[in-house]
Design a protein around this ligand. Structure first.
Ligand SMILES: Cc1cc2nc3c(=O)[nH]c(=O)nc-3n(C[C@H](O)[C@H](O)[C@H](O)COP(=O)(O)OP(=O)(O)OC[C@H]3O[C@@H](n4cnc5c(N)ncnc54)[C@H](O)[C@@H]3O)c2cc1C
Ligand SMILES: *[C@@H]1O[C@H](CO)[C@@H](O)[C@H](O)[C@H]1NC(C)=O
Ligand SMILES: *[C@@H]1O[C@H](CO)[C@@H](O)[C@H](O)[C@H]1NC(C)=O
Ligand SMILES: *[C@@H]1O[C@H](CO)[C@@H](O)[C@H](O)[C@H]1NC(C)=O
Ligand SMILES: *[C@@H]1O[C@H](CO)[C@@H](O)[C@H](O)[C@H]1NC(C)=O
Ligand SMILES: *[C@@H]1O[C@H](CO)[C@@H](O)[C@H](O)[C@H]1NC(C)=O
Ligand SMILES: *[C@@H]1O[C@H](CO)[C@@H](O)[C@H](O)[C@H]1NC(C)=O
Length: 509
């Protein structure tokens, strides 16, 4: 009999503990609370939570519910807008729960009347946060009631981490203030002053808004290619940029951050205060160590850019196609060392973008968009590219065409206005990517040709971005280091294979 006493004692203790923290959490339960289960907070508890947030709690509705007659939100004219907006990044970033890629809701509510719509793929509630205190309240509520917590900023995430079925979502989109500082920047609570100008932005601030605000001071941040990508996921993920080969990654530019920890503490972190969190939040991954509420980034005088569209193309059926591509890729480290950066798209078959009588209807090869910074001198660009053009022409006896067109830009923003990422959302997009260093690119052209051929057989296209180089290799992030994947410190090229899922016939794909 007495053997059971300790057990009862623990049961009583657990009950006391549970009532003490006002939680339905039961020790040993392995699943989070889910809508419809006994552990889910009551209506009254949600209402109290909403009151504590001054009414900023939203009930989540799948955005495409307007297309489905069995939903109260059904509205055919709103549906036709959602249908046409579904491919637009900004539509999803401005919606409290919508995300760019369909597969992360398991296609549970698409803007297609012919397929059923359910709320199963979406969070239950959303905190529309505008202050760190709102974020803290959300984190505390989710912890207390053992609810799955998710942070959604824009929904650009390629791994679906900005959405969770039945969860509580903290929407950081409206934490979007932008304040420019004329240096030196003084860190919070200590005597360290960091030379140079800076900008403090809310975690929801988006690339284009930050570029525009800093451009008013003839400055720029090291930022990414998508207009609506948000700083929250970008900075915590490391952040590559066409400017990074010169200045380092975006995470290398961080001077200070404000964040909310899983325990609900609002902290200002820098090289002196909570240096471990400061290290981890710069590259350690979105929604991992806490919720970022704001970040201070070093700014740079905006560079003048010489921009060139460069195509090295041949017949898609040419037996040497992958040799041509591998040769071009093998030149990227030396192009990078010479100051060139940019984005290239490698294709095994594309309609000729400049069709003309007699010209081939389809092309294959490398289509690049390069920049050289702080110069207007076309000769300096030609010095880099001419030897490569020459080899391409001579080695394949004229079967490779090199087409270039060059123009100068007076600022990074001016360049960005023409060259931002103009892709579309609204498909099921899975990405596979690899970081390639000098050895991978230069040491064995035949092996590289085989690897590219193998990869392209899956997707037909490959992005190869020169977004790393000397500036990233030699970066000196504050505090000595950060959590960015160390592979970046020897990388020249970030490659990505886009793969579109087409196997959901039951959802029209
Ligand atoms: C069109 C396009 C262009 C891109 N261009 C580039 C580029 O040039 N360079 C580059 O490096 N990347 C680029 N990316 C990738 C992009 O940086 C990542 O998808 C990034 O995670 C997006 O962050 P977000 O906050 O906008 O999106 P979200 O999907 O909302 O968030 C992404 C992740 O970060 C988490 N998160 C968001 N905000 C916070 C926060 N405040 N605190 C803690 N966690 C948070 C989310 O929970 C999620 O895990 C691009 C993506 C797209 C779709
Ligand atoms: C939260 O309160 C606001 C204002 O009172 C109200 O408009 C909103 O519907 C409430 N949210 C929820 C989920 O009940
Ligand atoms: C991807 O989205 C675009 C734009 O919405 C659409 O035209 C295209 O057909 C889609 N592709 C697939 C494979 O679904
Ligand atoms: C996703 O949808 C498919 C088909 O409707 C279903 O079989 C599967 O269980 C769903 N997956 C999840 C994780 O809900
Ligand atoms: C979220 O909050 C912002 C800022 O207060 C407000 O403009 C916006 O309308 C709110 N969004 C929703 C869906 O309530
Ligand atoms: C930015 O540069 C322009 C052009 O050189 C100049 O006219 C303007 O005064 C500068 N603005 C600031 C804020 O320095
Ligand atoms: C190679 O490209 C450059 C610059 O893009 C162009 O100006 C030049 O004429 C080309 N050179 C050769 C040899 O084709």
């Amino acid at each position: 009999m007495s053997r059971f006493k300790p057990l009862r004692y623990h049961v009583v203790l657990a009950a006391v503990y549970a009532s003490f923290v006002n939680a339905t959490y039961l020790p040993g339960r392995s699943c989070k609370a889910f809508p419809g289960t006994a552990y889910w907070p009551s209506e009254t508890q949600w209402n109290h939570f909403n009151d504590s947030l001054s009414g900023r709690l939203l009930q989540a509705t799948p955005p495409a519910a307007v297309c489905h007659p069995d939903w109260p939100a059904y509205d055919p004219s709103a549906c036709s807008d959602v249908k046409s907006d579904w491919s637009v990044y900004e539509y999803h970033s401005e919606n409290p729960v919508s995300i760019m890629w369909d597969q992360f809701t398991n296609d549970t509510c698409l803007p297609k009347e012919e397929f059923p719509c359910s709320a199963r793929g979406y969070p239950a509630y959303v905190v529309n946060a505008t202050t760190s205190e709102h974020v803290k309240l959300g984190v505390d509520f989710a912890r207390t009631y053992d609810i799955r917590l998710v942070v959604k900023n824009t929904g650009h995430d390629y791994m679906g981490r900005s959405i969770a079925p039945g969860g509580l979502s903290i929407w950081t989109h409206h934490l979007n203030s932008i304040h420019h500082h004329v240096g030196p920047f003084k860190l919070d609570d200590c005597d360290t002053s960091i030379p140079g100008n800076a900008v403090t932005v809310g975690a929801g601030a988006q690339m284009y808004d930050i570029y525009s605000a800093t451009d008013a001071f003839n400055e720029t941040i090291v930022g990414g290619g998508g207009k609506s990508v948000g700083i929250g996921g970008y900075i915590t993920g490391g952040g590559h940029s066409i400017l990074a080969p010169r200045f380092g990654l975006a995470a290398d530019q961080v001077l200070q951050m404000e964040m909310v920890t899983p325990a609900g503490k609002i902290l200002t972190v820098n090289e002196n205060q909570h240096p471990d969190l400061f290290w981890a939040m710069r590259g350690g991954g979105g929604s991992t160590f806490g919720v970022l509420t704001s970040v201070t980034l070093k700014t740079y005088p905006t560079p003048k850019l010489l921009s060139t569209a460069w195509m090295a193309v041949t017949d898609p059926n040419a037996p040497f196609l992958y040799d041509v591509i591998a040769y071009a890729l093998s030149q990227f480290p030396s192009m990078g060392d010479a100051g060139l950066s940019g984005y290239t798209f490698i294709t095994s078959r594309l309609p000729n973008p400049v069709p003309s009588p007699g010209a081939p209807e389809e092309l294959a090869g490398v289509l690049g968009q390069f920049v050289l910074q702080e110069t207007e001198n076309v000769q300096s660009l030609q010095n880099i590219l001419n030897p490569i053009n020459q080899t391409l022409k001579e080695r394949w006896l004229g079967a490779v065409q090199v087409i270039t067109s060059t123009r100068p830009y007076s600022s990074f923003l001016a360049w960005f206005e023409d060259h931002y990422d103009q892709g579309t959302a609204g498909n099921s997009s899975y990405l596979v990517s690899r970081l390639l260093d000098r050895h991978a690119l230069e040491s064995d052209e035949a092996a590289l040709a085989n690897a590219v051929k193998e990869g392209m057989s899956i997707s037909g296209g490959l992005g190869a971005y020169i977004v790393s180089g000397k500036g990233v290799h030699d970066a000196s992030p504050r505090g000595g280091s950060n959590a960015v994947n160390p592979g970046w410190r020897t990388t020249y090229v970030h490659t990505r294979f886009p793969a579109i899922q087409r196997n959901r016939k039951d959802r029209g794909y």
